[in-house]
Design a protein around this ligand. Structure first.
Ligand code: GDP
Length: 298
């Protein structure tokens, strides 16, 4: 029987195929470095980062006959080193309720991530409340209610088209009265109407701060890892509007192009709190730099 093909071929897997078991040796030269650099760029790592990683591979190894596993090992080590500093779970504070503001463009996986987070916190014994802050999209509110049901967490909603900032305020009050540990606030992500989006988000933050100057305690930006370099500009946009404290990278189950995480880490240094690895409620995992580096380069 033929072996199952890897679900997600790593970068070097595509360059070297299955040679690694045979240990064929090839001297490291400029042509090979260039091929490797191209692959890293194709993974959305960004040219600058890819050059640095390849330069570190070249250091003291030119003309040497390295095996494929050795090359992969070096590259994975380089990637893991860059990612080590950003792999951090979302910090929790003693404050009640802790306010987690969730931002990101529509389709990035905000709703799904909120559902997964709610479920994880519930499993950890926390009481959670969700506020459906995208009051404009009825479908978004419905989706969130479905996720709330799955996670066993109440979802606070407001009339369609009503002010999301006042929903946020009311939700903080209700969560406070109920003694909830965490309040997860969804927000709209209509990037095509950037001015409105900015004003709406800025107002939500203002109102949250008025209620509790220490809130929002976390502002999570949800990014779709398959959008590649787009993720970089989304960070810039949302950082201007809200004080983004951490990232959740979604859809890492379906892509060999996760290199954008390296570019993000290199450029912004924002912590990656979790990764989405599927559409189900348990498909949210802590970010593991070593595992990520191996999957990317493998
Ligand atoms: P929102 O518009 O930002 O709220 O995005 P949604 O949460 O509705 O997600 C958009 C689509 O992406 C849905 O079809 C989700 O099932 C899917 N999705 C979200 N997170 C993941 C993930 O980690 N992996 C995969 N494969 N799909 C995801």
């Amino acid at each position: 029987s033929t072996p199952e093909p890897a679900a997600r071929p790593g970068l070097l897997g595509r360059l070297f195929g299955r040679e690694e078991v045979e240990v064929p040796r090839r001297a490291l030269d400029d042509a090979m470095l260039e091929e490797i650099e191209d692959l890293l760029v194709a993974s959305d790592m960004g040219v600058g980062t890819a050059q640095r990683v390849t330069a570190n591979l070249a250091e003291g190894r030119m003309g040497r006959r390295l095996s494929v596993p050795e090359i992969k090992g070096v590259l994975a080590g380089e990637v893991a080193r860059i990612m080590d500093g950003v792999a951090r779970p979302m910090p929790l504070y003693p404050k009640r309720p802790q306010v987690v503001l969730v931002v990101g463009v529509n389709g990035s996986g905000k709703t799904t991530t909120i559902g997964k987070l709610a479920s994880q916190f519930r499993a950890a014994g926390k009481t959670v409340v969700i506020a459906a802050g995208d009051t404009f999209r009825a479908a978004a509110v419905e989706q969130l209610q479905v996720w709330g049901q799955r996670a066993g967490v109440p979802v606070l909603t407001a009339a369609q088209g009503s002010d999301p900032a006042s929903l946020a305020y009311d939700a903080m009050e209700k969560a406070g009265r109920d003694g909830a540990d965490l309040l997860l606030i969804d927000t709209a992500g209509r990037l095509q109407n950037r001015q409105d989006l900015m004003e709406e988000l800025a107002k939500i933050v203002r109102v949250i701060r008025k209620k509790d100057p220490s809130a929002p305690h976390n502002t999570l930006l949800v990014l779709d890892a398959t959008t590649g370099q787009n993720a970089l500009s989304q960070v810039e946009i949302f950082q201007k509007i809200a004080d983004v404290t951490g990232l959740v990278m979604t859809k890492l189950d379906g892509t060999a192009k996760g290199g954008v995480l390296v570019a993000l880490a290199d450029r912004f240094g924002l912590p990656i709190h979790a990764i989405g690895v599927g559409e189900q409620i348990d498909d949210l995992a802590p970010f593991d730099p070593e595992e990520f580096a191996r999957a990317l380069t493998g």
